[in-house]
Design a binder for this molecule. Structure first.
Ligand SMILES: Cc1cc2nc3c(=O)[nH]c(=O)nc-3n(C[C@H](O)[C@H](O)[C@H](O)COP(=O)(O)OP(=O)(O)OC[C@H]3O[C@@H](n4cnc5c(N)ncnc54)[C@H](O)[C@@H]3O)c2cc1C
Length: 182
């Protein structure tokens, strides 16, 4: 976690190769966001990498290769088509803020819910989806806020709180358990 960014690294095989993903908050004007070539420019990419690398002791600027860079779209509200015969799932229904890693999981979960709904001739799909989407979106935004803090004092207190709550069973059951179990 760092000021206005966080990253995750995970192994993809047994050959010590890793996948690296970073979410970086960056202010861009509309023209820049629309300009997809900007995200392919070497200077733009290396500036972003330096921003992360300078706050980490992992020597990322030398280690990270084959970088793909793109803006992330986050939904403002859920999409429910007017036609009663059309159901949206996944990112088309709602694109989550990226800090809870739930987009794909929820797409799969929603597809299963929709299947059961249609099979049972029920009409609960959107009701339960909206509830779950709100729960996840709230947690994702909260994570995003906490992960990207930049004030050293706030970071100090965040780290103490995280140390405590990451071992607290009640918190984990409420914060994560509600999402990971149906
Ligand atoms: C960097 C990154 C990391 C992520 N990490 C995680 C994670 O750790 N865990 C997690 O749960 N989620 C994660 N997500 C989110 C997850 O990838 C998405 O939420 C999920 O893929 C959404 O699934 P979907 O089927 O709704 O849409 P998509 O996976 O986007 O599938 C839509 C498909 O439709 C195709 N398509 C678009 N337009 C047309 C057209 N006109 N005609 C035909 N085909 C079309 C697209 O090419 C695409 O293949 C991550 C996302 C990103 C960007």
């Amino acid at each position: 976690m760092g000021p206005n960014f966080h990253f995750v690294i995970y192994p993809i095989n047994q050959n010590k190769e890793f996948n690296f993903i970073s979410i970086i908050r960056k202010e861009l004007i509309q023209e820049e966001i629309s300009n997809r070539n900007l995200f392919k420019e070497n200077t733009f990419i290396s500036n972003l990498l330096n921003q992360i690398s300078s706050k980490s002791n992992l020597n990322l600027a030398e280690k990270v290769e084959k970088i793909t860079c793109f803006p992330i779209f986050v939904s403002k509200k859920v999409q429910i088509p007017k036609s009663k015969n059309i159901f949206l799932t996944g990112d088309a229904f709602y694109s989550f803020p990226p800090s809870f890693a739930q987009g794909a999981s929820q797409s799969i979960e929603a597809a299963n819910e929709l299947f059961n709904d249609l099979k049972n001739n029920s009409s609960n799909y959107y009701k339960s989806r909206i509830l779950k989407t709100k729960q996840i979106s709230f947690r994702s935004s909260l994570n995003h806020f906490a992960f990207h803090l930049s004030n050293p004092l706030n970071i100090f207190f965040r780290d103490i709180v995280l140390k405590y709550i990451s071992k607290n069973k009640t918190f984990l059951e409420n914060y994560l358990g509600k999402i990971y179990t149906n």
